[in-house]
Design a protein around this ligand. Sequence first.
Ligand SMILES: [Zn+2]
Length: 223
Amino acid sequence: MSLALAAAFSVAPLASAQALPVTYRVATKDPVVFITIDDGIVASQAGLDYVEKHRLPITSFLTSSQVTDSKVRYFERISRWGSVQNHTTTHASLATSDSSLIKAQVCPVQVDFRRTFGTKPWMLRPPYGAGPDGHALNQVARRCHITDIVMWDTVVEQGRISYRYGDGLKPGSVILLHYSANLAVDLKVAVSAARARGLRPANLANYLRAPHEPRTPAVSRRS
Ligand SMILES: [Zn+2]
């Protein structure tokens, strides 16, 4: 073991007691992937039609400033088999030690979305994927009842799929799309790639459980 590694292990208990889990790929053996769609700038009707036709579970990471009154019903419908989660108020980078900035970006969304969608978010996706392990982010997010930081291991954009790791889509992969005019095409690419690997879209909220529900870690589950 290198000295650096030994040092990392020696501080692990303290760090793990404070750090929220950061998920790039969900630890599961189920043949599932998770489709997540970010931001909320464009409300594509073709995208909604595709989701409703196939009853796809979608986790929407929405930026609250983009959830205008006329788009609320759209996001409700497209997230019907999934959930609406937190992607900040105005899409600022959270890679900062400025707790007041982070608070203004994360905490009002919790109240806002509970009022708008009926459920308080518990997952947070930091804009640009920036700073998910930050100490200030962890402290503030925890205080506002975030329990999971959700990143991704796969991106579909403009009809093209790309992977963070070298092994492509795997059970538990989290796929990032955006609310763009191209959403229907991107969804088809994501679903086709999953099917080609024998995987199906599932609801991320069933795997990263809401705070009030008991967690059932796979490693300790008894049958
Ligand atoms: Zn974003």
